[in-house]
Design a protein around this ligand. Sequence first.
Ligand code: ZN
Length: 221
Amino acid sequence: MTDFELIRSKRRSLELRVLEDGTVQVRAPQRAPLRMVRDFVDSRRQWIADQQQRQATRPRQRWQDGEVLAWRGESLQMDVCEGRTRVVVSGPYLSVRVAEPDNELTVRTAVEGWMRRQAKPVFEDSIARQFDWFETAGFARPTLRIKKMRTRWGSLSARGYINLNIALLHYPPAALDYVVMHELCHLKHMDHGPGFHALMDARMPDWRQRKAVLEQPLFQP
Ligand SMILES: [Zn+2]
């Protein structure tokens, strides 16, 4: 019998998730009988085991002195020492000063804070460089929102927001530009139909190669 965490919500169907630490989560409709949920989990036992195996063997980012951080298509080696919190790029190194250099959570918090500060100007620049054509075509410039997302690189909301995944900072600038162009093309075509692809081909002929870069997982941030 597999242990699981049950989350009841206003949904109509059952959904199964295996989290990074191997925990099994089931989302179920408010009134679904517990027995039915259990049977469902039991029927997916093999799938759960496969997912747990995958999670356990997936390479993870370590937050320690000497570890490498993928940064905009390059590698920065983390140089962690004790001091007042400060993170700066120095040649091929990311110099990280924190109160507790041996505490991975402390290092991670400092580096992620630094990443968030870098994200806004970098993402705004990508939008600015690619927006001209859309502006001429009469579209309003969407407002940037930076998010941590598990399953997507970006999205464009009908309310005028362009949402970009902060993890794009780990990939080369060309890949970031691809995601931004993809979302901008949704200003004209909300779906991924032939019109959308024709516009992508016209605006960014090599978008497929750029997209392929994002399909190689770097690590689990
Ligand atoms: Zn899309």
